[in-house]
Design a binder for this molecule. Structure first.
Ligand SMILES: Cc1cc2nc3c(=O)[nH]c(=O)nc-3n(C[C@H](O)[C@H](O)[C@H](O)COP(=O)(O)OP(=O)(O)OC[C@H]3O[C@@H](n4cnc5c(N)ncnc54)[C@H](O)[C@@H]3O)c2cc1C
Length: 406
């Protein structure tokens, strides 16, 4: 066991931290107020090879290990949840899914331009009447010769107005529940694709989230990802990677809440002493500090399993569940520590609290992960080997030196 970051991981951590401090933190309050998503940030992240950080070099990525993706997400969410969400969706949910399940042609056509950040990917699973209950989806894909015709709508889709490619889940067979779901790569340029942002969100206001409408969209058969009927398995495998990035981001949010709270604890005085000297304030700080460590270790354990090429659904779910709850608690306590000042946007902690709620809902709600962990413990659930695996790391022909020299 080695609990230290490698030199490469440390360099990436410092690089992303510097970027966040310079490009995101000075602007985020205004972007959040205006509900503005800044696409230039994704371009700049692409220039740093962050958008495909753990995609093999042969597919245009940086070829780093899966825990480096976690480090990127942790550092991004220290700045704001919006840009971490963008990487979660683009890299975790979309690109890594194509890497795992795609044909060589799909990888060349869709993964390569996504890995280097020229094109952006999104993930369309949720529908107005199907969130946790994925099998309740109504979007259909009817086979017609060499094409499928997709009809339906997806909602709460991150990067809906920004993405070039959507991974869309639709029913090719009705009446057989999740076994009738298939996965498709849908280009925004296909006729019949429309998107619309959702306004009035509690948090992640600087992020782009919304609806995707599909009206008689003609999707060529070669854009089906995996076999017909394999969509549910693909979606769940995608969530193993998306949840990993969400958990890692939560670590960054705990860190940001702790940093802000520590600073304020030393500045603010009541009853003749720094508030940090009051034991009930120390209790909140101690909890944040412990949860930072616990959450980070859970994330790195899941990443370690990914690097080994082992299934990690259970460990990733645990990391996501624990760290997102902990981030919500940390942000809530950070507001408490700031007193009334924490209640205004003079300090960033109110944004942290608003942002921390969505990750407790998306990519498996708190309740769904609680049930999963209970079922694993009771022996009601087990993970079987999948038809296609995420490649273990180191990837073949990997050379991280080129990346770090840039
Ligand atoms: C900001 C944001 C971004 C998102 N981005 C994406 C995206 O990019 N792509 C995408 O596909 N989706 C996305 N989502 C959607 C998200 O994944 C869903 O909201 C989530 O899966 C929950 O589904 P739901 O909202 O329909 O809640 P529901 O499934 O309707 O659940 C409602 C409540 O019931 C509880 N519940 C449901 N079933 C059970 C059960 N069996 N036992 C106990 N409790 C239960 C839930 O925990 C929850 O508290 C996003 C959501 C948000 C908020």
């Amino acid at each position: 066991m080695n609990f230290e970051l490698t030199d490469e991981q440390q360099s990436v951590k410092e690089m992303v931290r510097k970027f966040v401090d310079k490009e995101i933190i000075p602007n985020i309050q205004e972007w959040d107020r205006q509900g503005h998503f800044e696409p230039a940030i994704l371009k700049k992240l692409a220039n740093l090879q962050v958008m495909g950080v753990c995609i093999p070099e042969e597919y245009g990525g940086a070829g780093m290990d899966y825990n480096t993706l976690a480090i990127v997400c942790e550092e991004l969410e220290r700045g704001d949840t919006a840009y971490r969400t963008a990487v979660s969706v683009h890299t975790g949910l979309n690109s890594m899914t194509i890497l795992q399940w795609g044909t060589e042609e799909q990888k060349q056509k869709y993964l390569v331009p996504q890995a280097d950040g020229r094109k952006i990917g999104a993930f369309g699973l949720t529908e107005p009447n199907a969130g946790s209950d994925v099998a309740a989806m109504n979007t259909t894909a009817a086979r017609n010769g060499d094409y499928y015709i997709l009809n339906g709508s997806k909602t709460w889709i991150s990067l809906c107005d920004v993405a070039d490619h959507f991974l869309i889940f639709a029913k090719t067979d009705y009446g057989i529940g999740h076994k009738g779901i298939s996965a498709f790569i849908v280009d925004r340029s296909f006729a019949g694709v429309e998107t619309k942002a959702i306004k009035g969100k509690l948090g992640i206001r600087a992020g782009n989230t919304g609806e995707v409408f599909l009206t008689d969209v003609k999707v060529p058969i070669e854009n089906r990802l995996g076999e017909e009927g394999e969509g549910f398995k693909i979606a769940m495998a995608a969530l193993d990677n998306g949840r990993f990035t969400v958990a890692a981001g939560a670590v960054g949010l705990i860190e940001a809440s702790l940093e802000a709270s520590l600073k304020y604890c030393h500045e603010r005085k009541t009853f003749g002493k720094e508030i940090g000297k009051h034991q009930l304030v120390q209790q909140m700080i101690a909890k944040m500090s412990a949860n930072l460590e616990i959450s980070r270790l859970l994330v790195f354990k899941a990443g370690w399993l990914k690097n080994q090429g082992k299934r990690n659904t259970k460990e990733t779910s645990l990391a996501k569940w624990i760290s997102c709850n902990a981030a919500f608690d940390a942000a809530n306590d950070a507001v408490q520590i700031h007193g009334a000042y924490g209640y205004s946007d003079e300090y960033p902690v109110e944004r942290f609290l608003r942002n921390s709620k969505a990750p407790v809902i998306y990519e498996g709600t708190r309740e769904i992960h609680t049930i999963m962990q209970g079922e694993y413990a009771l022996g009601y659930r087990e993970d079987k080997t999948l038809r296609k695996q995420l490649p273990a790391w180191p990837f073949e022909q990997v050379s991280v030196t080129n990346y770090l020299q840039k």
